[in-house]
Design a protein around this ligand. Structure first.
Ligand SMILES: Nc1ncnc2c1ncn2[C@@H]1O[C@H](COP(=O)(O)OP(=O)(O)O)[C@@H](O)[C@H]1O
Ligand SMILES: N[C@@H](CCOP(=O)(O)O)C(=O)O
Length: 316
């Protein structure tokens, strides 16, 4: 295994994501302009230092089990480098366990930090970044938009390797995420999915997800029909009744509302900013409290930059 020098520093920025978008289970996702920012510095092997502010500061493990550190170690080892000691500062904004891709973003942060630390000696390709992140996340629909920005279609190819196609979202689409206080573990939500689904439901989702690509890239007028789903939301509804109820209320009022990721947040794709305000007002009439995040689509995806190396002051 190759060794990294002590004192190498990289700065990373990763966006939140909303996956599925209704019919595109495990396939479609958009990056959101809500970001975690992290900085890494290599130390002598064996040392691990954390400075975490914001979301998760009191709850995420400050050990080798930290998800970002696990992703960094996995990625470095896959790239042929030994895990060095690490000092990590993280300023977290993305809510955890709300269906806004926090785990995908944490994994991508570790993966792109590894890519930044091995550069310029080793160039890590986009395909490699996606493969590393998907290995860890288990499905590509959050990590693809997190890595590349915009709207992504992700799939597994014949060799079971993740692939993705990035598209730009039409400027007429406004995004609202309604975030509840309760959490929902993606792992638990996935356990509620059946092994098999009716053929008619598969056809239903095929038509809607194809239509959704048109709606998001050029024809926002068909967003409502394009966001219908029969493959995941109903199976998970009993685990998040308030989410299911809010989606129902919003859709009854004509809004293209879906469960964001595995929930429990609700994503509303609006044809104009006025509709977004009206949807947020409607959410206020519900029993549960929903934080309204009026955000934009992130078009940049994850970024990593090298920070000037730490220079020891010369001894007098
Ligand atoms: N920035 C982070 N740092 C460390 N761990 C994180 C971070 N973001 C997410 N996680 C881990 O992932 C969990 C949430 O993952 P998950 O259930 O998939 O929900 P989400 O929809 O937010 O991705 C958190 O409880 C935490 O254990
Ligand atoms: N396709 C996945 C998406 C999970 O997204 P997250 O933001 O909740 O992690 C699923 O629906 O299980």
């Amino acid at each position: 295994m190759k060794q990294l020098p002590v004192g190498k520093r990289v700065r990373v920025r990763v966006p939140a994501t909303s996956a599925n978008l209704g019919p595109g289970f495990d396939t479609l996702g958009i990056a959101l302009a809500i970001h975690d920012e992290l900085e890494f510095e290599t130390l002598e092997a064996g040392k691990l230092e954390f400075d975490i502010t914001g979301v998760g500061a009191d709850s995420v493990p400050q050990t080798e089990e930290h998800l970002v550190i696990r992703a960094l170690k996995y990625s470095l080892e896959q790239l042929g480098y030994a895990m060095p000691g690490i000092r990590m500062h993280a300023d977290n904004i993305i809510p955890h366990g709300r269906g806004m891709g926090s785990s995908g973003a944490a994994i991508v942060a570790g993966v792109v930090a590894a890519a930044g630390l091995v550069a310029p000696e080793r160039t890590v390709t986009s395909d490699e970044l996606l493969a590393l992140a998907t290995d860890l996340e288990g499905h590509p629909d959050n990590v693809a938009p997190c890595l590349f920005g915009g709207l992504t279609i992700a799939w597994m190819d014949a060799e079971n390797q993740p692939r993705s196609k990035q598209l730009m979202v039409d400027r007429g689409v406004s995004v609202l995420v309604l975030v509840p206080e309760e959490r929902m573990s993606t792992e638990v939500a996935r356990s509620l999915q059946p092994e098999q689904v009716p053929h008619a439901d598969a056809i239903f989702n095929l038509s809607r997800s194809a239509l959704l690509i048109a709606a998001l890239t050029q024809s926002p007028d068909v967003l409502f029909d394009a966001t219908e789903d029969r493959l995941h939301q109903t199976y998970r509804a009993s685990a998040m009744p308030q989410t299911a109820e809010l989606v129902r209320v919003l859709r009854d009022a004509g809004f293209a509302a879906v469960v964001s990721g595995a929930g429990p947040s609700v994503l509303v794709l609006c044809q104009d900013p006025g509709a977004r305000l009206r949807a947020a007002e409607l959410a206020k009439t519900q029993n549960a409290t929903w934080q309204a995040l009026m955000t934009a689509v992130d078009v940049q995806g994850a970024t990593v930059e090298t920070v000037a190396e730490t220079v020891e002051s010369p001894r007098a």
